[in-house]
Design a protein around this ligand. Structure first.
Ligand SMILES: [Cu+2]
Length: 301
């Protein structure tokens, strides 16, 4: 028994295809080596033309047809149930975003990890807010692309308690390899209690929404951790070392500095970072939006 209802079928299809491929890899290589040895010019100086051989030709037509149909059959049998979602499946919306997964439960409850009850079918509605991602849960043998503007889905029934990896299997930018999460399979009673304790989606500060919309948070963290560039946490009011026109100087982060950093990122370049790393957001972020961003920075000082 595997971690999900699809493990058996997918593994069987894999073993059949792998088995047939392996048999032919060894078989063809062996025959090839034998021919090279047996029919080399030294042993076989004059080539001999072989006329038609009906038995041979029928064999090498019929046998491969049976083999490929066999591979098709096992793949088809494993794949069909993946697209037929049971009616009683628990709906969970998965949002893929550079570079994290969010799982939305009914009642606008959100979680960064996927928690599901044992032996209950779960339907994942896959949505992307930016680029193409792919939700991959190796232990469950499921993977499906998460495409912006498209409503994709997949489903599974977890059959073993435990914690399993969730990955993004489509290269989606700089921090693609960090785009991971966990699926936790727990008993139903525990799941219901967990769901109850899950907080409703809190209203996000407007400034943060603007930062996310412009993908600022892809390079600047809001929790103090270092991504591509400096973090927004405790930024406001901080003294930073910057290079202005080739001269190093200290500045206190205030409204003007933030405004300049968004509109002319190469004017004052933070020491330790190369010039040209960030593009200008002139025309993309309005003056009014900058005010909201500044309010948000002040709130995470
Ligand atoms: Cu991704």
């Amino acid at each position: 028994m595997g971690a999900s209802n699809f493990v058996e079928g997918v593994d069987l299809a894999f073993k059949v295809i792998f088995g047939i491929s392996f048999f032919f890899l060894i078989g063809i290589t062996t025959v090839m080596l034998f021919f090279v040895f047996r029919f080399q010019r030294k042993r076989h100086p004059i080539a001999r033309q072989i006329k038609d051989n009906n038995i041979l030709e029928i064999t090498w037509t019929v046998v491969p047809i049976i083999l490929v149909l066999l591979m098709f059959y096992y793949g088809f049998v494993a794949f069909t149930p993946m697209r037929n979602v049971p009616k009683d499946a628990i709906p969970i919306t998965v949002i893929g975003k550079m570079w994290f997964w969010t799982f939305e439960y009914e009642g606008s409850k959100q979680s960064p990890v996927l928690v599901v009850p044992l032996n209950k079918p779960v339907k994942l509605n896959l949505r992307s807010t930016d680029v193409i991602h792919s939700l991959y849960i190796p232990a469950f043998r499921i993977k499906e692309d998460v495409v912006p503007g498209k409503k994709n889905y997949l489903w599974f029934r977890p059959e073993q308690l435990g914690e399993y990896e969730i990955l993004c299997s489509v290269y989606c930018g700089l921090r693609h390899s960090y785009m991971e999460s966990k699926v936790r399979v727990i008993p139903e009673a525990e799941y219901l209690a967990w769901l109850k304790s899950l907080p409703e989606k809190s209203a996000e500060p407007e400034g943060l929404t603007i930062l996310k919309k412009n993908a600022c948070t892809g390079c600047h963290s809001i929790d103090g951790s270092k991504l591509v560039s400096s973090s927004f946490k405790s930024l406001y009011g901080k003294t930073e070392k910057v290079i202005t026109n080739g001269v190093e100087r200290s500045v206190v982060v205030d409204d003007d500095y933030i405004r300049a950093s968004i509109y002319e990122p190469d004017k004052d370049v933070l020491v330790g970072y190369p010039k040209g790393l960030m593009k200008t957001y002139k025309g993309l972020v309005s003056e009014n939006e900058i005010k909201k961003i500044i309010d948000y920075f002040k709130s995470i000082k």
